[in-house]
Design a protein around this ligand. Structure first.
Ligand code: PA5
Length: 363
């Protein structure tokens, strides 16, 4: 797991190269209907679960102030009623076998939407092979959450290729360079006093962490919460500013014995609004008065992309070091796997869903 996680810097560069090489066709004919990928969509839906949904969250937050087409991340069986033939749908599943995501695929096909798939294998790869539907092949052998670069960059690059998003080349270059430098600084060989991830892990050790952030960094806070769940096998909570200042904050009003066991991490980065800065100052002071441990991690570099990706790298590695401190193996997610098996035995008929999807492709 260590190699997968510290390898993020290399994966980022490789994922960018592979994504740029993958062609998005102008037209695809499915079931007698020709879909025009050059037409501007009315809406973009990114369907995926868990480790396969983080790419969607990152793209959503990155493009929040520049993408003129509405974009939603769908973490459910049912896509929204707005899904129709003018929608561009990304179907993202690392394993290619995730029930919720396959249901979204079925709906996208039924409603004649344009589909872009991202997967390494499984039902998704089997079903879409030879259909002509654009398909990003993610390398095999990763745990899904470890393939984050491959599950994010194809979406960004596709949106660029179809002219909906413009990411300056120097943002990518700065990000690749800075991630390469960070790789050494976050590595297991770098001692704790020079290693931000190890320091963060130690701060959070034996606490229940609350991760607070704001757009475009909220997706990284959400990712960190999930990495703490899956890698470090612990509870964590995520809330977003400014909304948390209108409700969540009240939980900190009174001192409590519980406060000794809680910690709050603020994820911050370039472009912070003065009103956000003021809110963080107020909340940090309140927390300290009430005996709650606080810390903050700042994104590095100049551009938005590098700030987001450096935060992700630092937090991901912190979840790895926290697993080591807690003496747990960061790789297996046995409860997730057991629940999937249980559901497949009790409720999910994969063969039936696959045959419904096949009919929609082949009729
Ligand atoms: O990290 C994990 O293993 C999970 O969160 C999975 O990503 C999630 O269960 C969905 O599976 P997949 O990514 O294969 O679609």
């Amino acid at each position: 797991m260590y190699n997968v996680m510290i390898g993020f810097a290399d994966d980022f560069a490789q994922a960018l190269k592979l994504s740029r090489e993958t062609e998005i066709p102008e037209k695809v004919t499915i079931n007698g209907e020709t879909l025009d990928y050059t037409e501007t969509p009315n809406e973009i839906l990114i369907c995926g679960m868990g480790g396969s949904s983080i790419g969607g969250e990152i793209v959503r937050d990155y493009s929040w102030d520049s993408l003129e087409v509405p974009l939603r991340v769908i973490q459910d069986f049912n896509p929204p009623a707005s899904l129709n033939k003018h929608t561009l749908v990304f179907i993202v599943s690392y394993s290619g076998n995730t029930e919720e995501t396959l249901y979204c695929l079925r709906e996208a096909l039924k409603r004649r939407a344009r589909i872009v798939a991202i997967t390494s294998n499984g039902s998704l790869k089997r079903l879409l092979a030879k259909t002509g539907i654009p398909f990003f092949k993610v390398p095999e052998g990763y745990p899904p959450r470890g393939a984050v670069a491959y599950l994010t960059i194809p979406i960004l690059v596709t949106l660029e290729k179809i002219g909906l998003l413009g990411i300056p080349c120097n943002e990518y270059d700065e990000t690749m360079q800075l991630l390469r430098d960070l790789k050494e600084k976050l590595s297991v060989e770098t001692p704790i006093n020079q290693n931000i991830s190890k320091k963060l892990a130690l701060e959070l050790y034996d606490t229940l962490p609350f991760i607070y952030s704001y757009k475009p960094y909220s997706c990284i806070a959400s990712r960190f919460k999930k990495q703490l769940n899956e890698n470090s096998k612990m509870h964590a909570k995520f809330e977003e500013l400014p909304e948390l200042g209108h409700n969540e904050i009240m939980g900190w009003q009174y001192p409590s014995r519980l406060n000794n066991f809680l910690s709050v991490v603020f994820l911050r980065g370039k472009g912070e609004h003065p009103s956000i800065e003021a809110r963080i100052k107020f909340i940090s002071e309140t927390l300290r008065e009430n005996g709650v441990k606080t810390c903050e991690i700042k994104g590095l570099g100049y551009s938005k992309l590098v700030n987001m990706m450096s935060l992700l790298y630092i937090c991901d590695m912190a979840s790895y070091y926290l697993a080591a401190l807690r003496n747990v193996d960061p790789l297996p997610v046995s409860l997730i796997s057991r629940m999937k098996t249980f559901v497949e035995e009790k409720a999910f008929n994969r063969n039936q869903l696959e045959s419904e999807i096949r009919k929609l492709i082949l009729q």
